[in-house]
Design a protein around this ligand. Structure first.
Ligand SMILES: Nc1ncnc2c1ncn2[C@@H]1O[C@H](COP(=O)(O)OP(=O)(O)OP(=O)(O)O)[C@@H](O)[C@H]1O
Length: 249
């Protein structure tokens, strides 16, 4: 199954992705985390892994990909953009993957330098990566960048399920409605995880489409400390029910 994790900036997408990955791996699932957020460098640390190289490097880097993208755009639909053929995890060069058997991580591409240009090549590659990757019984967790730009890029097209991380804020509630609409348009099931919850969980749940809520992650001090120090997030008991529902539904 391929799960796309999305939500408002800072809602906890990377943290929840790491928590889901840990819980799934502890059950013996093979997990591949795909980092498509070109601006956030924290996910590998939350997974307790070394920083992976950019997958984009294997395709001529941003420059090479950008040129292919420009050629495609200039052709005004006459050419087809096909960056990748269908592939499985074993086809990915080993030097571009970090992690052991339990959790592996691939990062599509990051912004490394001032003035290096827009992130469109990464977006196009992320879309193809999710679409062309054969899951082969693996659980694929895709961490996305903030907001809904990735919907515009079509990153969700190859996913099985869209998971919205909602923190206690008005913007998150609004975004959950927008993402639900977009999910319905492309025929993808959408579910919600409420994050950084305390006693307000019931109130937040009443503000969103409650049928879509598959669980709440509390504000947890150990998780907070791990994020602050750049270390691996702990396993949380609350993730059990959430992962049960992700795998069952
Ligand atoms: N369940 C939690 N318990 C405690 N702290 C949390 C929890 N979830 C997230 N946080 C805190 O919120 C911060 C932001 O989380 P995170 O980086 O996962 O958000 P994000 O949505 O991926 O951000 P971005 O939009 O920048 O990619 C973390 O660094 C951590 O301090």
């Amino acid at each position: 199954m391929k799960f796309v994790i999305c939500g408002k900036g800072g809602s906890g997408k990377s943290t929840v992705s790491a928590l889901i990955a840990r819980e799934m791996a502890s059950r013996g699932e093979k997990v591949l985390v795909v980092d498509t957020d070109e601006s956030n460098f924290g996910l590998y640390k939350q997974l307790g892994l070394p920083q992976p190289r950019d997958f984009m490097d294997s395709l001529g880097g941003k420059k090479g990909l950008g040129e292919r993208l420009m050629k495609f755009m200039r052709s005004e639909g006459k050419e087809k953009l096909s960056i990748l053929q269908e592939f499985s995890i074993d086809d990915i060069p080993q030097e571009l993957i970090v992690g052991e058997d339990g959790i592996k991580l691939v990062a599509i591409g990051k912004i490394h330098d001032y003035g290096e240009g827009c992130a469109c090549p990464m977006g196009a590659l992320a879309r193809e990566f999710i679409e062309k990757l054969k899951a082969d019984g693996m659980q694929v967790i895709v961490d996305t960048d903030a907001g809904i730009e990735h919907f515009g890029r079509g990153v969700e097209a190859g996913s099985d399920r869209i998971v919205v991380v909602i923190d206690p804020s008005f913007e998150s509630v609004q975004l959950s409605e927008k993402i639900s609409e977009m999910g319905a348009k492309i025929n993808k099931p959408v579910c919600f995880i409420l994050n950084r919850m305390n006693e307000d969980a019931a109130e937040l749940s009443s503000l969103v489409d409650g049928k879509k809520v598959i669980g709440s992650v509390p504000f947890d001090r150990d998780v907070f400390q791990a994020c602050l120090k750049g270390s691996q997030v702990p396993q949380l008991a609350e993730m059990k029910e959430i992962v049960d529902r992700l795998l069952a539904e």
